[in-house]
Design a protein around this ligand. Sequence first.
Ligand SMILES: *Cc1c(COP(=O)(O)O)cnc(C)c1O
Length: 385
Amino acid sequence: MIPYGRQDISEDDIAAVRAVLQSDFLTQGPAIERFERAVAEHCGARHAIAVANATAALHIACLALDLGPGDLAWTSPNTFVASANCARYCGADVDFVDIDPVSWNLSPGLLAQRLDEAQARGRLPKVLVPVHFSGQSCDMEEIGRLAREYGVAVLEDASHAIGASFLNSPVGSCTHSECAVFSFHPVKIVTTGEGGVIVTNRDDLAARLLRLRSHGITRDASVMTEKNPGPWYYEQRELGYNYRMTDIQAALGASQMTRLETFVTRRRQLAARYDTLLAGLPIQLPVQDIRSQSSWHLYVVRLHLDQISRSHRQIFDALRAAGIGANLHYIPVHLQPYYRTLGFSPGHCPEAERYYGEAISLPLYPALNEADQDYIATTLHGLLT
Ligand SMILES: *Cc1c(COP(=O)(O)O)cnc(C)c1O
């Protein structure tokens, strides 16, 4: 089976991991800071905080933004469940703003309308979690403008989008947000096995995130309530977690970051090649905003079912039967049984629901070769014509 995504591990990556295994620190050592610096420098952000995974990153980012019971967070329905769950972990309510039919990202037009209505009803969200779906940045200029106008904090779920940019600034520069989160799961652009990073330009958020990642504990004497009783002393200032990343993972991440440009360039090449190979078929190819440079985590096509004799399911099954690891991103989050128990039902986000009935993610990863890609395209031509 040609997988839909796959990590790319070099001899240098392996050497970097081996070096940590032979060093003094498997965790809480110098590799963490090296990795954090690499991510912060790439983004042009002041701070990067590495944690166990992007789900943990989203969780403590919500906490650092003071999201709690009685508050509300909004996100896109076309995302992985973690983008919404992070608010639920904090006891906050969640709602979904439907997607744009062209970009498949949260619609800024709908967001404007929903914010206006929410203000009139007196229940604005405290946090907005836009998701840069497939690696294409949301319209952060417009989202940032609306967020400032209505006093909403923006937490970017940039899990797909390290290496992407919008209006020539890297995703993660946090120009229009409080902070952004990256995932380093093996199917993402850069991997640490499991891993997440929060980037921010705000010193106060960074300090809070560092504390929340490690039990809510500080070792900074200047902020302690007790005046330093001895060298063993630390203080727990709030309820935090053990969300730390290991140095083993960070060393892999730092080594992988040196190849970020190579990875993204190869993904862009393959995406452009798909565009050519699939042109003319009864499908919607991914449309790119002229202001955005995608990192191409996913290559998603949408079937024009009225022009195709087979169903979405039949095409999906035929691809899998042909050894092509087609996938579907995403099941609209509000239709998950858990979110239905919270009162959501079909019809809440009609655009994301329609999209779900037509979308297919095709394999895309740096080591995908041209012959396999040609085979995928030929198979699709056979199924769609
Ligand atoms: C992968 C992903 C996550 C979760 O990332 P983990 O590192 O696996 O916790 C969150 N949001 C989106 C959009 C993702 O794709």
